[in-house]
Design a binder for this molecule. Structure first.
Ligand code: FE
Length: 350
């Protein structure tokens, strides 16, 4: 037995050293130790805790391969039937849609894996499911903007905000999905007029991540910004004083609470079409949708649980809830992604 575990240890080392398990290595490990290969575009500390809890609960090791969403999709596609990917995780519904169109997912009955995920967070074709929800919301300056001055996404295009809006680049998936929602909601023409209005209102050329938009408000560069809700919470809960000050300079506003609701996106997961360990993949997906994992996402990444009845402790997130969310199925974000990108190009949104 000593010899067997030494072989296993060597195999595991090889696996993590090249982080590209070939099928021979995977088979060796499978015979000794159950494993699931996770291709993930998420970069959050909560996930390490979730995977550790999963391994502790099931005995299944998680082999994590990280990259951005487009790289993950391209890699699984290029590897074809030889792909070691068991599950694919992205931070945006449009990327899941893209992976689905590339034929990378196996159809799965997610209702068997989790009882009560809201329908609009599940792909109607059964290829992927959202396991955390995030709202893309408006932040406004606590000093320079009064409560009620802005309450909807549509108002971001109003000339009153000329030179006062911070928002990141159009290549960003979160912005593409927000634009896709505007297309779904109002049609391409109205969405384009809206986008042109925002470009005209930008305080500076798009740059940085969502946290940098909040820092822009704190620095007096802009008065309103568009950010995912959890970036505000990350700054507010950061140990750094500068981050806490940046959060304190803004008020977070969940838009369109009187009509369509705040635009929500998901981190989602699908089981790979050629998964070498599909049983383990199903167990991992079920675990991501369990109360244990949902609690960790809510507490560590400030994401909104997708199942009911999860208990968690996070004052900053709790202060944001509840809010009215757009009930449109998130698969529509993928349906309108190409249109969204065309709009960005036409209005010159960098
Ligand atoms: Fe993010």
């Amino acid at each position: 037995m000593k010899f067997a575990s030494a072989v296993l240890a060597t195999a595991a080392l090889t696996l993590s050293a090249c982080s590209q398990p070939d099928s021979a290595t995977s088979d060796t490990i499978q015979s000794e130790q159950r494993v699931v290969n996770v291709f993930s575009a998420r970069h959050y500390r909560s996930d390490e805790h979730v995977y550790a809890a999963f391994t502790a609960a099931t005995g299944i090791d998680v082999n994590l391969i990280g990259a951005n969403g487009d790289q993950l999709i391209e890699r699984v596609r290029a590897d074809g039937e030889r792909s070691p990917a068991d599950v694919i995780i992205t931070v945006d519904a449009a990327r899941l849609h893209r992976a689905e169109e590339a034929g990378l997912f196996a159809r799965t009955d997610f209702s068997q894996l989790a009882a009560n995920v809201d329908d609009h967070l599940i792909d109607p074709d059964g290829y992927w499911v959202g396991f955390t929800m995030r709202a893309r919301v408006i932040a406004y300056s606590a000093d320079r903007v009064a409560e009620g001055d802005i309450t909807t996404y549509e108002q971001l295009a109003d000339p009153r905000w000329a030179g006062r809006v911070c928002i990141r680049e159009s290549g960003n998936a979160y912005n593409q999905s927000l634009m896709a929602t505007m297309v779904a909601k109002s049609g391409e023409e109205a969405a384009e007029a809206w986008a042109a209005g925002i470009v005209a209102n930008m305080a500076r050329p798009p740059q940085g991540g969502d946290r940098d938009q909040l820092r822009g408000i704190a620095a007096g560069i802009c008065d309103v910004a568009v950010v995912n809700h959890y970036y505000y919470a990350m700054l507010a809960n950061s140990g750094q004083e500068a981050d806490q000050d940046a959060a304190a300079a803004s008020v977070l506003l969940f838009p369109n609470q009187d009509d369509s609701g705040a635009h929500v996106n998901i981190s989602g997961v699908g089981i790979a079409a050629n998964a070498p360990h599909s049983a383990e993949a199903r167990e991992l997906v079920a675990f991501l949708l369990s109360a244990d994992a949902q609690r960790l996402f809510a507490e560590m990444t400030h994401e909104v649980p997708v199942i009911d009845g999860v208990e968690w402790d996070n004052a900053v997130l709790e202060a944001m809830l509840p809010f009215r969310e757009d009930q449109r199925n998130v698969s529509e974000l993928g349906d309108h992604n190409a249109t969204a990108q065309r709009i960005f190009d036409r209005v010159g949104w960098q």
